[in-house]
Ligand binder design. Structure first.
Ligand code: AMP
Length: 249
């Protein structure tokens, strides 16, 4: 069984991003970049399924500029077998990413496609669902448990108010959530070994997908600074403050 895992290079989650002075975008020059944390969980899950003998090959895919190679090398060091880099410097929207991943899926014919539930840079949370729709495949979003049989992926998903378990006919698209697993720490020998693994390059044009933009960012602004909170001694003081200071009751 083949697993395809989509890994995006994003600003590291520890970095506090700043807005550019002209308000056109966030400034990501010279900031630390890493694999999207949810994609790390997706790679980890694929590797665990391989270790359990359920998956035989893991292909990691990344779309983006030259540096996305680093993200793919990380995926290879974690245990992916080979990597595919769809290289482009154009800004990619979720629909374009989904179309490109669909083109890869048409070629690779994976049984499961593992994606993060969202990329922490655009916070779109759309790509996995769009990919499933384009492939006319089953989707299991917000996965906190994945079990594979020959015909199905049984996914436990986090929904409002609890957990839902769905059985997906393969091929299936799975969007992974935080509680699915804890990604492993990548050891140096694995990083060295990853350098010898295959990293193939392609482009949107090679895959027959036009990179079209449907969104126009009008302005990017810092969120309003929040006032520091205060501790109240008791409920009576809280009610008094809500009435007389915040004037909300
Ligand atoms: P989004 O819909 O942008 O929040 O992204 C959801 C998921 O789609 C991510 O966690 C990745 O698994 C995948 N994805 C989005 N953009 C890319 C990209 N440029 N390269 C690889 N995977 C991506």
């Amino acid at each position: 069984m083949k697993a395809l895992v989509a890994v995006k290079r994003v600003v590291d989650y520890n970095v506090k991003v700043r807005v550019k002075a002209d308000g056109s975008d966030v400034d990501i020059e010279n900031v630390k970049m890493s694999m999207n944390p949810f994609d790390e969980i997706a790679v980890e899950e694929a590797v665990r399924l391989k270790e359990a003998g359920k998956v035989s090959e893991i292909v990691a895919v990344s779309l983006g500029g030259k540096k996305s190679e680093d993200t793919l090398r990380t995926a290879l060091a974690m245990g992916a077998d080979r990597a595919l880099h769809i290289e482009t410097d154009e800004k990619l929207e979720p629909l374009t990413v989904a179309k490109l991943l669909k083109a890869v899926a048409d070629k690779e014919q994976p049984h499961i496609l593992l994606l993060g539930k969202q990329a922490i840079d655009d916070d779109a949370g759309q790509t996995a669902q769009m990919l499933a729709a384009l492939m006319n495949a089953a989707q299991g979003m917000f996965a906190s448990k994945v079990e594979l049989t020959e015909q199905e992926a049984v996914v436990t998903r986090e929904i409002d108010g609890g957990l839902e378990t769905v059985a997906l006919t393969l091929p299936a698209v799975i969007g992974v959530d935080l509680r699915l697993n804890e990604p492993r720490f990548v050891k140096l020998p694995n990083i060295m070994a990853a350098k010898k693994k295959t990293l193939e390059k392609t482009s949107p044009a090679d895959l027959g997908v036009a990179v079209v933009s449907h969104l126009n960012v009008v302005r990017v602004a810092e969120p309003k600074a929040r006032q520091t909170g205060v501790k109240v001694a008791n409920a009576a003081e809280l009610v008094d403050k809500l009435k007389n200071e915040a004037k909300v009751i």
